[in-house]
Ligand binder design. Sequence first.
Ligand SMILES: [Zn+2]
Length: 104
Amino acid sequence: MKHFPIRYKVRIVLAPPDKMEDCLGQWYLSDDEESGVIKLANNLSNDTLVDTLLEEWAHARTEGLEDVDGREDPYHHATFWSELGRITAAYRENPVRAERPAKK
Ligand SMILES: [Zn+2]
């Protein structure tokens, strides 16, 4: 498995869907730009949780990179998709098979 370090300290939190801003996951960089948070909805299936974590990881990895030509979604630009592809390919080589504990 390749490793994809993030240059910030990253905290991963699970949040109820009503605390999410109409999305499954979010990446935030703190104002001091030394740490960030990946927030994931806590009601996702394991597969969707992994997909969302990989996407937010790619956002963290491409933080600060600008959309080069102004035609693209500023957050989902070509560099982001390229990074998500690399991370997803690495994950598929070595996927996590663990079950999450059942919710109570
Ligand atoms: Zn995204």
